[in-house]
Design a protein around this ligand. Structure first.
Ligand code: SF4
Length: 433
């Protein structure tokens, strides 16, 4: 997952772009970067490893200025630079190219040059697709190549000397447009617009290519695609303050929790989230059931998301560090714990154990989506099918081995009704549907 952001403005926009990209930090933590057009018309970029604010502090930002700029938080080094007949382009990418190896070897056979990369593993998806775009005579023609050849999904922003291009693939990766006095913006999520003062205009449509220039926002091309939206954005990925394709992320999560409460009621004293990802779902469960909301774990805010580390050991270590049980809320209580999803179930087992150690009388888990069954070909949230515990254990085995008194999952109908889109427009591949 990545967060991408771009602005074209009549004035210096570096402050807005740095804030806009920073507010997307929930989408990725490994790399970050910015690119901008200097006053002498040169394009410049600054990609880094690590968190956005750690790399772009006030001192660094004072050294940069420009009226056109893009920023990102990503899983690989970006923005990437590419030259074409149309001049230089700097590109940030959110998505996954499932047939990356096949496309790369085809391009190498046809003589494409990847100078600066010592072996094929170093060529990221962003590098690959920037080459695919740059070999054509125009940006939208290059995007046409992606629709013809790519298996996967994407959203893109690209800085050129003339302005910022943006494109959205089939729809699993969000992309939204906004504006304020003399400035136009594009972002992965609308959360970036709120504290930067941009009004939300509209979502970029699946299959659409847009151009942000001095004259405003222009829809350059609309490809005819079978639109399909990334369900997990509403369940887990997106920031709760965002509105994606017309549906508030927070309210969708509240509704999923409400659906769980109606479908799977249980007598209990407290409804608690696994913070932060289960919070809005738990609020909805509490409101619909009338069982008081309280948090049995306090989140220690200075640890990363436990999904970001690469190994299981690292994930468990971060998960253990970040949640601190609050004995005063746990002891003697029957507790409903609401979480966004279960992948391997290791964290569920640890959390249940810690609740029991702190005196919980009963622990019931309610999960805000159906059992995960497969890796995602459109992002890298789950890397291998085998990581999904629901492939090898029945619901009752998961419940028993995780020490739970009951375990229930939201259904596809719950997701459909909470998100407000028909199921055939919602991506459900990671649930093996
Ligand atoms: S497979 Fe799952 S995580 Fe991947 S895009 Fe589809 S809904 Fe999102």
């Amino acid at each position: 997952m990545s967060g991408i952001f771009g602005v074209v403005s009549k004035e210096d926009c570096i402050g807005d772009v740095s804030k806009g990209a920073f507010y997307l930090q929930n989408r990725a933590e490994s790399y970050c970067g910015m690119a901008w057009k200097n006053s002498d018309d040169r394009l410049d970029s600054s990609p880094h490893k690590g968190l956005f604010r750690e790399n772009f502090d006030n001192r660094k930002l004072e050294e940069i200025s420009g009226n056109y700029a893009i920023g990102c938080v990503t899983g690989s080094r970006e923005p990437v630079s590419e030259y074409s007949k149309n001049g230089e382009m700097l590109l940030c990418f959110d998505g996954n190219i499932a047939n990356h190896d096949e496309l790369l070897s085809g391009m190498l056979k046809r003589g494409a040059s990847f100078s600066g990369y010592h072996n094929p593993e170093e060529v990221s998806d962003a590098v690959l697709i920037s080459k695919m775009i740059a070999k054509e005579s125009s940006f939208d023609k290059g995007i046409e190549n992606l629709f013809n050849d790519v298996k996967g999904d994407f959203s893109i922003v690209a800085l050129t000397r003339g302005g910022v291009y943006a494109a959205r693939g089939w729809g699993r990766k969000p992309l939204i447009l906004g504006g304020k006095d003399g400035a136009y913006a594009v972002s992965s999520e609308s959360v970036s617009f709120i504290n930067t003062g941009f009004d939300i205009f509209r979502d970029v449509k699946p299959g659409e290519v847009v151009y942000l220039g001095d004259g405003g926002i222009e829809s350059v091309r609309q490809f005819d695609v079978d639109e399909i939206f990334g369900t997990f954005e509403w369940v887990y990925t997106a920031h709760p303050a965002s509105v994606i394709d017309g549906r508030s992320v927070k309210l969708a999560r509240n509704a999923i929790g409400g659906g769980l409460a109606k479908r799977y009621p249980v007598d209990a004293d407290v409804v608690s989230p696994v913070p932060n990802s289960g919070r809005n779902h738990a609020e909805g469960y509490s409101a619909a059931s009338g069982i008081p909301y309280n948090e049995v774990f306090a989140k220690f805010d200075y640890c990363g998301r436990s999904f970001t580390p690469n190994t299981l050991e690292e994930q468990n270590a971060v998960a253990d560090e970040k949640l601190i049980p609050v004995r005063a809320v746990i002891e003697g209580n029957r507790i409903i714990v609401v979480d966004d999803s279960i992948v391997k179930g290791n964290q569920t087992r640890r959390q249940t154990g810690r609740l029991r150690e702190n005196g919980a009388k009963e622990v019931h888990a309610r999960i805000a989506c159906p059992p995960l069954m497969a890796k995602c070909d459109y992002g890298k949230a789950i890397k291998q099918d085998e990581q999904c515990i629901a492939r090898t254990m029945s619901l009752d085995e998961i419940r028993r081995t995780r020490g739970l008194d009951s375990l229930e999952y939201a259904t596809f109908e719950d997701l459909e009704s909470a998100i407000g889109k028909p199921l055939d427009k919602l991506c459900t591949d990671c649930w093996g549907r």
